[in-house]
Design a protein around this ligand. Structure first.
Ligand code: ADP
Ligand code: MG
Length: 367
């Protein structure tokens, strides 16, 4: 199945006036796509998903499944599987009854229901739990049962709204893999909602970055990381975040742009210097892995105020006149907190944003 969303808008009325939760968005999802909505809390992800599910009525715009307009089609006729943050297995039902519940709603005879539940349980490797009650299961087993329930009725698409946010870090990784395994196996579109960019980046074929009821950019994880179209996406995608320096264009010609940052000239290589003019207010964006530290050489200066480990990476925070800069360090570095140090940026790997619109104007050839 394909899902096409066009000019979707959803307003809610509240005592304090109208809230525009979704402000005219467009996207389409192909058969077999793992498509993620990512963005901060309150930006309209859940409302969009609920419109697709048929749990909310759009104010305007259209939703099509395989070209067919879903307007007026109730949720239970859309043949979707849904999984939300709270697992909500029915506590008084055995696991096999829980898993087969979507079939019961569709009046499938008991024998057939239980056979399908066994198959789904086999896929999730929880067959031995079928006769137990949810209260007898661990958190991870409950999540597996909930996943088994989503696949039991062979849905046309999967809608998942922050299904992992209540789990501890280890279990998150385990269930993430299970969700991907199910997705690869059934080859149906999955829409996955999360506020966690890292989760989005590791799981998705394509990602829509939501902000304030709109979509800032849609792309593959690589496209969003390497070619963010505006500062919001540049800042939101990637951990640690991109560094930003505000400055003014001093010179732009050929493939060179010189930006004055805090009174110092920073010379950048860009693919299109005609995109900026002398005097333009711009923001230079550079990822922490594209900044170098050195005790002697570098355009900018600052003091190391923090050295920390994030996953496999060592990260230094440098404070200086240009603001706070985060820099990825080699694992065997000998820097220490409190050192005054020089910084140089990889001038071929920068992004240049218009300071007014925050849209990207040009970027270096190596990003
Ligand atoms: P997200 O899932 O990205 O956190 P939501 O879609 O839940 O965001 O919410 C988007 C906006 O719509 C928020 O401002 C939220 O308060 C508002 N909203 C969501 N549901 C309702 C509702 N039923 N009534 C009024 N406002 C709502
Ligand atoms: Mg939400």
């Amino acid at each position: 199945m394909t899902i096409e969303v066009s000019s979707l808008r959803k307003e809610f009325s509240s005592p304090s006036g109208t809230i525009t939760a979704v402000d005219g968005i467009d996207f389409s999802i192909d058969e077999g796509d793992f498509f993620t909505f990512v963005g901060p809390s309150g930006c309209g992800k859940t409302t969009t998903l609920r419109c697709i599910a048929g749990l909310e009525t759009p104010t305007s715009g259209s939703i099509r499944f395989d070209g067919e307009d879903m307007t007026g089609k109730p949720a239970h006729k859309r043949n979707l599987a849904m999984m939300f943050q709270n697992i909500a297995l029915y506590p008084h039902m055995k696991v096999k009854e829980n898993i087969s519940y979507p079939l019961k709603v569709r009046n499938v005879p008991k024998q057939e229901r239980y056979e399908n539940a066994e198959e789904a349980a086999d896929i999730m490797q929880i067959r031995e739990l079928l006769e137990k009650y949810p209260g007898e299961l661990s958190g991870g087993q409950q999540q597996r049962a909930a996943l088994a329930r989503t696949i039991v009725h062979e849905p046309e698409a999967f809608l998942m709204d922050e299904p992992l946010s209540d789990l501890d870090a280890k279990l998150k990784v385990e269930i993430r893999k299970e969700i991907q395994r199910v997705h690869d196996r059934v080859e149906k579109p999955t829409i996955y909602v999360t506020h966690d960019q890292e989760e989005a980046m590791t799981m998705s074929d394509r990602i829509a970055v939501f902000n304030d009821g709109g979509i800032e950019q849609i792309g593959t994880p690589d496209e969003l990381y390497q070619r963010p179209t505006n500062r919001f996406v540049a800042n939101f995608i990637g951990n640690p975040s991109m560094n930003f320096f505000d400055g003014t264009v001093d010179r732009a010609s050929g493939e060179t742009v010189v930006v004055s940052v805090d009174g110092r000239d920073v010379e950048l290589r860009v693919v299109d210097s005609t995109a900026v003019g002398v005097g333009d207010e711009v923001t230079v964006g550079v990822r922490p892995e594209d900044v170098r530290l050195d005790r002697n050489d570098g355009d900018l200066e600052g003091e190391i105020t923090l050295i920390e480990r994030i996953g496999k990476q060592m990260l230094a925070t440098i404070e200086g006149p240009q603001g706070e800069v985060r820099v990825t360090l080699p694992a065997d570095n000998a820097y220490e907190k409190g050192e005054v140090i020089r910084l140089s940026i990889e001038t071929r790997a920068t992004h240049l944003f218009d300071s007014g619109s925050n849209d990207v104007v040009t970027r270096g050839p190596d990003v």
